[in-house]
Design a protein around this ligand. Sequence first.
Ligand code: NIG
Ligand code: FE
Length: 412
Amino acid sequence: MRTLVDNIGCIFGIERQGRLRLCGEDMGRMETLKDAWLLIEDGRISAFGRRAEGVPENAGRIIDAAGGTLFPSFCDSHTHLVYAGSREQEFLDKINGLSYEEIARRGGGILNSADRLHAASEDELYATAMERVREIARMGTGCVEIKSGYGLSTEDELKMLRVIRRIRESVPLEVRATFLGAHAVARAYRGRQDAYVDLVCDEMLPAVAREGLADFIDVFCDEGFFTVAETERIIGEGRKYGLRAKIHANELAVSGGVQAGVRCGALSVDHLESSGPEEIEALRGSETMPTLLPGAAFFLGMSNPPARGMIRAGLGVALASDYNPGSSPSGNMRMVCSLASIRLRMTPREALCAATLNGAYAMGLSRDFGSITPGKAANFFLTRPLPSVEFFTYAYQTPLIEKVFLRGEEYR
Ligand code: NIG
Ligand code: FE
């Protein structure tokens, strides 16, 4: 079936060459086309063009974009959106002066979420996570990576990953799963970190691989969590099962995590608030995508990663939401783009590229998603008529998204 989207005021995010990521100055140069149409066939983009040069006929269905802008769907490459309960008590603790690390040391933080997840059934987890998935889909996200890491025991990590699999099977979004057993040392292993790392490598990982539940492996490589040596060991074990690494690095301290990620060919290194010229140098020429999570830095009141320095050095940068109950209780990628402009000085166009094509790259999905390219999945959203592309992330709270399409079908 052929669907024509007509009367598009502007298409943003065209990538004609099929590049899998955009780096440096190219990030700000994603092509736009004004006064356009776009054709969908079998759930994929088949063509687009200018209305002045003729609009295709014989479409089985016509969607009137009413002069709005068409954006490729967001590709959110880093979330923890399967979780039980919420942590607003820690929000109060932070207001009263405790840091994220202090809360974690008192047994709050990730361990708090692990206790709640342990008590929740798979069905409960699925139902609450699905609410979040529907929420982000309506806000324009079409691809999402979801991590485990609130289980911290073999049984509960499997429970989380099975929930992610169920989500994947039941939504039109493209979902990728990441095994994050090394998110924190489980309460039962306090003071026995080595034994916990053994558990991750020798029991959890083989069980996860046996059921084929994960696409990627992650480690929270940071001060107070896991060391570079532990990270390298866990990633090396993951590689034996074909799991590529996407790691949490340099959030709380200069951890060496970025360099470790590059050394072992990680697909992405994420957070990077505590990084500078050495980390940028390590990333140059690599295939590893630095992924920035400005929603988490904003929520925790942390310093900002050097986005401008990265782009100046010719790196590609991705943006993700980090949607989780402790450091980023929001999966709004448009807000993430606004924060990237306000706090990281990325232009709206750079931010949108980072949140679409480069995010897709950070999930290994950019052949099929992340830009307006013939042959890619017809994942996009339409806005009201906008005075400019920039207006979309500038007017960051105005409800502008009118319709969301995933695989060529309207998502409601
Ligand atoms: O990406 N940094 C580690 N993990 C999450 C936070 C998890 C939590 O606090 O529950 C993050 O920010
Ligand atoms: Fe995270």
